[in-house]
Each structure stands twice: as structure tokens, then as C-alpha cells.
Design a protein around this ligand. Structure first.
Ligand code: FE
Ligand code: ZN
Length: 490
């Protein structure tokens, strides 16, 4: 696979691992230091104060100093440090089908990127081949047939002067452009870089005039799954934050302990077998500027102690599955491994720590947990979507069969040799958080849930105009009906 501007992607990712975005002008400067990035980037990050987009001006003094002292040092692999192997405690019915924890091989070099994009293309084109019989791009150019079906990774999308959309796609043989007109135009404008699609159309002057854009998607005939237990979905507890809603949380705990609620609610509580927490367990430290002002507990270890104490209030008959998010103390790039032992050890025996994403089998129910950072990219890219309806953005991930279709957006990706973010197997339930709003729906038989938060609006969120919908809990009941519980004011 030919990867467009691999050096830029590498630089973007390395900064993202530190939580920063970097301006294109700074990227250009940094390319000159491609073998010393691991040494330079931490210096740049520690010299910054407050800026989240790193500009040319931010890095110039450091690069100049570095040039002076430049020595032939070996490329140090200090970024994509492999986390110690977590001993997987397979509790009775929870079977971890897929999870990066303990198996990360990524070192962030050019070979990793090539392997990563190859894996992404292979996995997604395999899914697409069930839907169309694509031939390779180099063959299209040789054979010069009229009608063509092709599978490719989106490289570039742009509007032409006459209002059509020109999309460049590539496979591991070559690249080609297709033109989307009429109704297809809007669909083409929603394409994100680096996703893999199928195109069907007619060949004209080396371009394809598209009459269909095909997503990997999930099959139409899916049906909702029945169980003999209930699953409770929560996320974004942000323990350690001043805005953690303790009274409401305690009400939730009381419900699980049969202490509040009517008969119907008690019946539901009795059927609960699992509570799933999809990331942002704690508020973390240094996640955004001046976060200290919003923190009740200032150190991360203390925050996890608080988390363990609060989660310990969940009755022991229930198994709790905990997956991390971007506020947690694991590497920022996805896939994220489970919490480190020093934190996971704090939790009671009924808690299982898994990675982000992870694909589990809960007693016959296939559950895909993903914190949901890429939903920021999806909502930003597609104007008809909004944070108020996170479930609609989740549909876009399912359609693309990828948890973070766009590389180099707000969701940093570690280029593992295998793309763990492809949705290979179709889940029964797809659970995200991150957005802090609530939304559920069924898409082709798959239950989608975005599970709100237990944190009231922070000053930072007020500034960026983010309106959370806290303390909403979705329960998937045995019949496949979904109950929404609101725990307001204790
Ligand atoms: Fe969050
Ligand atoms: Zn988050």
C-alpha cells in the first residue's frame, strides 16, 4: 500500500501520544528531524504552556538548540512502550475475544505504519468483497472495461468547480479518481480519509463516474438478541472530579441494591448481571489546561482509589467490566490497553479490566466496547450529526466497520501491525461513551448505546459549549427492550 505522506502521519501520531495537535507548518520543520523525533518531541511538549496546537514558533527555538547539539544517537524507542502483560482473569461467563492488552507490538516506525494500513485495507476489503467483486486499480487501467467495481482506501475528497465531488482512492497496486454527481455528491462529501469503500461505475478518461458508493456496513437482516439477564451501561464517571455527581451515583447504587424504585424497577435491578463502564473512569490529571481547578483529588492514584471505592458499592452479585478512555492513565493512542496492575489491583474481585476497544462475549451476548473518541471526528466531519444524538454518529462507525475511520483527527491511533479498530465481527451490542450525552437505538439488529456521564458540566465544558446529559442509565433487558433510568437528585 502506498501511504500518502507517511512522515506527517508519524509526526501527528507522536504528538497525539502526548495529547497535542500539531500545525502543518511545524510538521514540515520536524520532517528534517525524522530520526530524532523521539528525543525532540518530549522537549517540545514540556516547554509548552497551554497551547494545544503546536505551531512553528513553538518549536523553532528547541529545534535550533537541538541542531547545535545534534549527535549521532541511536533512534530510541521510548514512545510506544509496551505495557506489562496483564494476567487475564477470565471470570465465569466473560470471554475476552479481542483486546490489545499485553499484545501491543507497535514501536511507531515507518514499517509499523505500512503494516497497519495494509491490515486495515485487507480486513475491510475482505468485508467489502462480500458485497462487490472489485478488481485491482492497476488492472482497471490495463483492461479498460466500461463498467467497473473497485475497492479502495479514501485518500482525498474535494469539490470541483462545477459542484461535483472528486474522490481519490488507492489500493496496494495504484490509485484512481472517481466522480460523484447528483445524489451521490452528499454521500461522497461525508467520506473520511483512510476509510475503505467500494465504488461501482463507468470508466471515462481514466476516472470512474460513480453510480454507487458501497460501505462495508452490517447485513440488513440482523435481529435483536434475547437474554436471560440485564446489562447496565454507564461511562464517564470521572471519579476525582469536583463535578462528580455523588448523590446521583448513590441513588444508582441504591437502585442496584433494591433500596429505591417501584416494583418494575426492582424487577429490573434483580435481573442485572453486568455493569459495563466504557471509559473515563477517572478525571485524570493534565488532560486539559488548568484541570487542577476542576479536581477534587489531585493525584491519579488517589482518583483510582476513589473509583475502586465507588465501584465497590455495586453489589457483588453483579460483574463489572471496566474499559479505559482518554481521561484514564493508559497510553492515549488507540487501541488502549487495560488499566495497569497498580490501578486494577485496587478494584474488587467482581471487576474485570479490559482494553479500549474490546470485544467480549457476555454469556452469549457479543459486546463491543469503545470509549468513543473518534465520535468527535465523525460529528465534526458530518454536519447533519450532532452531540445531542450520539447514537447517530455511532451508526457511521458501524457502516464503516471501523472505530476510528479517520487517521490523524482528534483520535490518535497507534499503528499496531494489526488494525484492532476494524469491526470484524458484528456485535449484538455496541457501547460508547465520551460524548457525555445519552442516546440509544437499534441499527440493523445491533443495539447502540451512548451512556451519558456522572459528571456535571465543568467550567471547561461550559467554555467549549458542551452540554452534558448526566446520570442517564441504559438497561438492556432480557426481551431486548431498552429501559432508560434517570437518577436525579438524591
Ligand atoms: Fe468523558
Ligand atoms: Zn472521553
Amino acid at each position: 500500500m502506498v501511504i500518502k505522506d507517511i512522515e506527517s502521519k508519524l509526526i501527528i501520531t507522536k504528538f497525539a501520544m502526548h495529547g497535542y495537535n500539531v500545525h502543518p507548518s511545524a510538521i514540515e520543520l520536524l520532517k528534517e528531524f525524522k530520526n530524532e523525533l523521539d528525543e525532540i518531541i518530549p522537549k517540545i511538549c514540556s516547554a509548552l504552556n497551554g497551547s494545544f496546537i503546536i505551531s512553528r514558533e513553538d518549536i523553532l527555538p528547541i529545534l535550533n538548540e537541538f541542531k547545535r547539539k545534534r549527535r549521532k544517537e541511536q533512534f530510541k524507542k521510548q514512545f510506544f512502550v509496551e505495557k506489562p502483560k496483564e494476567v487475564k482473569n477470565l471470570k465465569d461467563e466473560i470471554c475476552i475475544i479481542k483486546d490489545i492488552t499485553g499484545t501491543s507490538t507497535c514501536e511507531g516506525n515507518v514499517d509499523d505504519f505500512i503494516a497497519y494500513f495494509n491490515s486495515r485495507f485487507e480486513k475491510l476489503s475482505k468485508i467489502l468483497r462480500q458485497r462487490l467483486n472489485g478488481i485491482s486499480i492497476s488492472n482497471i487501467k490495463k483492461i479498460r472495461t466500461e463498467k467497473v467495481d473497485v475497492i479502495g482506501m479514501v485518500k482525498d475528497v474535494r469539490e470541483t468547480q462545477n459542484g461535483n465531488v472528486l474522490v481519490e482512492i488507492e489500493d496496494n497496486t495504484d490509485s484512481i479518481r472517481f466522480i460523484a454527481t447528483g445524489k451521490l455528491r452528499d454521500l461522497a462529501l461525508e467520506l473520511m480519509g483512510d476509510e475503505v469503500i467500494g465504488v461501482s461505475g463507468v470508466l471515462r478518461n481514466n476516472n470512474i463516474i460513480a453510480d454507487k458508493i458501497i460501505f462495508p456496513d452490517v447485513p440488513l437482516n440482523g435481529e435483536k438478541k434475547r437474554t436471560n439477564f440485564s446489562i447496565v451501561f454507564i461511562s464517564d464517571t470521572h471519579f476525582g472530579s469536583k463535578e462528580f455527581l455523588e448523590k446521583e451515583w448513590d441513588l444508582f447504587i441504591k437502585w442496584l441494591n433494591f433500596e429505591v424504585g417501584n416494583e418494575k424497577m426492582r424487577e429490573i435491578a434483580e435481573s442485572v448481571k453486568y455493569v459495563v463502564l466504557a471509559g473515563d473512569v477517572v478525571d485524570g490529571v493534565g488532560i486539559y489546561p488548568n484541570q487542577e481547578k476542576d479536581l477534587k483529588i489531585l493525584d491519579v492514584y488517589g482518583q483510582y482509589e476513589e473509583a475502586a471505592m465507588q465501584i465497590d458499592k455495586i453489589p457483588k452479585r453483579i460483574k463489572v467490566i471496566v474499559s479505559p478512555g482518554n481521561h484514564d492513565a493508559v497510553r492515549q493512542a488507540e487501541p488502549q490497553p487495560a488499566l495497569l496492575k497498580e490501578f486494577s489491583n485496587l478494584f474488587s474481585n467482581n471487576v474485570v479490566n479490559v482494553g479500549n476497544p474490546s470485544f467480549l462475549n457476555l454469556d452469549g451476548i457479543k459486546l463491543l466496547i469503545y470509549h468513543g473518541r473518534s465520535l468527535d471526528d465523525v460529528v465534526t466531519k458530518i454536519p447533519r450529526l450532532s452531540y445531542a444524538k450520539p447514537q447517530e454518529a455511532m451508526v457511521e462507525l458501524l457502516k464503516r466497520r471501523h472505530l476510528a475511520p479517520m487517521y490523524g483527527g482528534r483520535s490518535p491511533i497507534a499503528p499496531e501491525k494489526e488494525d484492532y479498530l476494524v469491526i470484524e465481527e458484528i456485535p449484538d451490542i455496541f457501547h460508547c461513551g465520551h460524548i457525555h450525552t445519552y442516546g440509544t437505538s437499534f441499527y440493523r439488529g445491533v443495539f447502540l448505546v451512548n451512556s451519558s456521564t456522572w459528571q456535571a458540566q465543568t467550567e471547561f465544558q461550559k467554555k467549549v459549549n458542551l452540554n452534558p446529559m448526566p446520570c442517564n442509565v441504559a438497561v438492556y433487558t432480557p426481551s431486548g427492550e431498552v429501559v432508560r433510568l434517570k437518577f436525579y437528585g438524591g
